[in-house]
Design a protein around this ligand. Structure first.
Ligand code: C2E
Ligand code: MG
Ligand code: MG
Ligand code: MG
Length: 287
């Protein structure tokens, strides 16, 4: 083969299909084991009321540190779990874990849990949410479920049915990553979302690009008119915070206020931020 190319062609190493398939199979095997041994844990990232700067709640984010490969990004292992048919078990364990943990927090704080398409369309999903709420005696009002727009790839009737049932339980439904894909306003018209999360890509560009800024303003205004809260993701500096707050954004989430942290750190984080003036950051003190 190399000879046919003249022998001196620069060859890039391309792992064979077989090698890729093997490593994928190994990773799935390790993932299955990690789920069974409960080695996949949740970190919690604070979400702040953009008008009062008070702590509002936390988003639960899954973390997996592979014994050899190190931390695997959640985007990656969640997709792998879906493809391998493991997401149902993993999702159930994580939801139960989130409710169990959040039950120990002050009553004004909620927890927001990401739900994958696979989980939502599992026939017993609603029943399982009900079961978890009951077993952990966690108030449904303090649970948010974050879904992304790919849930609408299924029939509208099926999607509407599940969301309605969850809504009837008293759980809040949040539309995550709004603006990232083909976000249609139709979703907002037909489904009972209580909150929209504005994708970090718009937030990131809003200070340098007037078109992104216009879209951010429009989404916040639209949400306001619909009576739906809006959370901005990826808020990393005070300048972003002030712009978003002035535009009337409901909540903000980002490294400015806190990184995702293990549950052991959450208690002291809550204590610290209820004792002092809420979320005065270093840059506020300097300006
Ligand atoms: P997401 O639900 O949109 O979560 C927000 C992501 O933004 C998280 O990434 C978070 O760590 C990151 N982030 C937060 N603040 C900032 C910031 O100021 N700057 C930047 N650059 N990033 C920030 P993470 O934890 O890597 O999660 C990625 C995605 O993986 C999530 O996006 C979600 O779609 C998925 N995911 C994570 N945990 C779960 C889970 O338990 N179940 C499901 N189904 N999906 C999950
Ligand atoms: Mg999310
Ligand atoms: Mg998001
Ligand atoms: Mg995302």
């Amino acid at each position: 083969e190399a000879k046919r190319h003249g022998g001196n062609t620069h060859r890039v190493f391309v792992p064979s299909y077989r090698a890729v398939a093997d490593s994928r199979r190994d990773l799935i095997r390790d993932l299955r084991e990690a789920i069974q041994t409960q080695s996949i844990t949740l970190y919690y990232q604070p979400i702040i009321n953009a008008q009062t700067r008070h702590l509002a709640g936390f988003e639960a984010l899954a973390r997996w540190t592979h014994p050899i490969l190190g931390p695997i990004p959640p985007d990656r292992f969640i997709r792998l779990a879906e493809e391998a048919g493991l997401m149902h078990d993993l999702g159930y364990a994580l939801l139960a874990e989130a409710c169990c943990t959040a039950r120990t927090w002050p009553q004004n704080l909620w927890v927001s849990v990401n739900i994958s398409v696979d989980q939502l369309y599992h026939r017993s999903f609603v029943q399982e949410v009900r079961k978890i709420l009951k077993e952990t005696s966690y108030p449904p009002k303090r649970l948010q479920l974050e879904v992304i727009e790919t849930i609408f790839m299924e029939s509208d009737a099926a999607t509407y049915g599940v969301l309605q049932e969850l809504d009837a339980l008293g759980v809040r439904i949040v539309l995550d990553d709004f603006g990232k894909g083909y976000s249609s306003l139709g979703y907002l018209r037909f489904f009972p979302f209580s909150k929209i999360k504005l994708d970090a890509s718009f937030v990131r560009d809003m200070l340098s690009d007037s078109r992104s800024a216009a879209i951010v303003s429009a989404v916040i205004a639209l949400a306001g008119d619909l009576g739906v809260a809006v959370t901005a993701e990826g808020v990393e500096t005070e300048e972003y915070f002030h712009r978003l707050s002035n535009k009337g954004c409901t909540e903000v989430q980002g490294y400015l206020f806190g990184y995702p942290m293990p549950k052991e750190r959450v208690a002291s984080f809550i204590a610290l931020n209820s004792r002092r003036v809420p979320f005065i950051t270093q840059s506020t003190l300097q300006s």
